[in-house]
Design a protein around this ligand. Structure first.
Ligand SMILES: C[S@@+](CC[C@H](N)C(=O)[O-])C[C@H]1O[C@@H](n2cnc3c(N)ncnc32)[C@H](O)[C@@H]1O
Length: 236
């Protein structure tokens, strides 16, 4: 018996993997990240549901271990893909030390749902060949490198930072007219896309009263223009 760490995808219940959906359907216990797992994904499940936001790490592990010992099938459901800001290692370590086998099932990160909402690419020939995934300093991070990394001029995805968007935009060392998108609840029915630039996005986001559950994307890929053709589709 294993504990499966499953990526729930960004919100749309159809954006979980086939394997993730099967594990959920078969589970006896699902511990889910309540703030960003769409409740629609949990509807109709036979499993006991526990919202991880309401308990601490020790309690989560105790509940999962206890269930496993009773022969229950356990799923730890994370939003998006568990490898991005999922804090899965600190949960796995004590489980592995207790002799429990764990398996990770990837998911569609909100980053990709954001790109889909914007109908753009994150890497685009002649515009940006690289992608920086980061977060601003806050409760769990003392110092960030957003200023230094912005100098590369590549696409930048900023997680967990909508409440600090004003400060973050001031930090960026890119032209003031660089496009910025803030996507709230990407792929959820109430998805919102706010488009702007480094100089005006903070005001727009404040007006829309969005302070969480959104991703900030910075870069010229948002404008969907100025790109060159890839080798792949050139005529020979
Ligand atoms: C703890 S992180 C988890 C990220 C997740 N592992 C992923 O791959 O999307 C939570 C942050 O992810 C972003 N996020 C998660 N789901 C989102 C969604 N559907 N739309 C926009 N941003 C989302 C937000 O920046 C949020 O503050």
């Amino acid at each position: 018996m294993k504990i499966h760490f499953v990526g729930a995808g960004p919100g749309d219940p159809e954006l979980i993997t086939v394997k993730g959906a099967r594990l959920l359907a078969e589970a006896d216990l699902v511990v889910y990240a309540g703030s960003l797992v769409n409740p629609a994904l949990l509807e109709g499940l036979l499993a006991r549901l526990v919202d991880s936001n309401k308990i601490n790490l020790e309690e989560i592990n105790e509940i999962m271990l206890d269930a496993l010992e009773k022969g229950n099938r356990v799923v730890r459901l994370h939003s998006g893909d568990p490898a991005l800001y999922g804090a899965i290692l600190e949960q796995m370590r004590p489980l592995e030390e207790a002799g429990v086998e764990v398996e990770v099932v990837p998911g569609v990160s909100s980053l990709f749902a954001v790109a889909a909402a914007l109908k753009t690419q994150l890497t685009l020939k002649g515009v940006s060949e690289s992608l920086i995934v980061t977060r601003p300093a806050g409760n769990t991070l003392e110092e960030d490198q957003i200023r230094e990394m912005s100098k590369f001029g590549t696409t930048m995805a900023i997680f967990l930072g909508t409440d600090k968007i004003k400060e973050t935009m001031r930090t960026l060392e890119v032209p003031a007219k660089t496009p910025v998108a803030v996507v709230y609840h990407a792929s959820w029915p109430d998805e919102q896309v706010i488009l702007g630039t480094v100089e005006d996005i903070a005001e727009k986001v404040e007006k829309a009263e969005i302070a969480k559950s959104a991703l900030i994307l910075v870069g010229n890929v948002i404008s969907r223009s100025g790109f060159g053709r890839s080798h792949l589709y050139r005529s020979r």
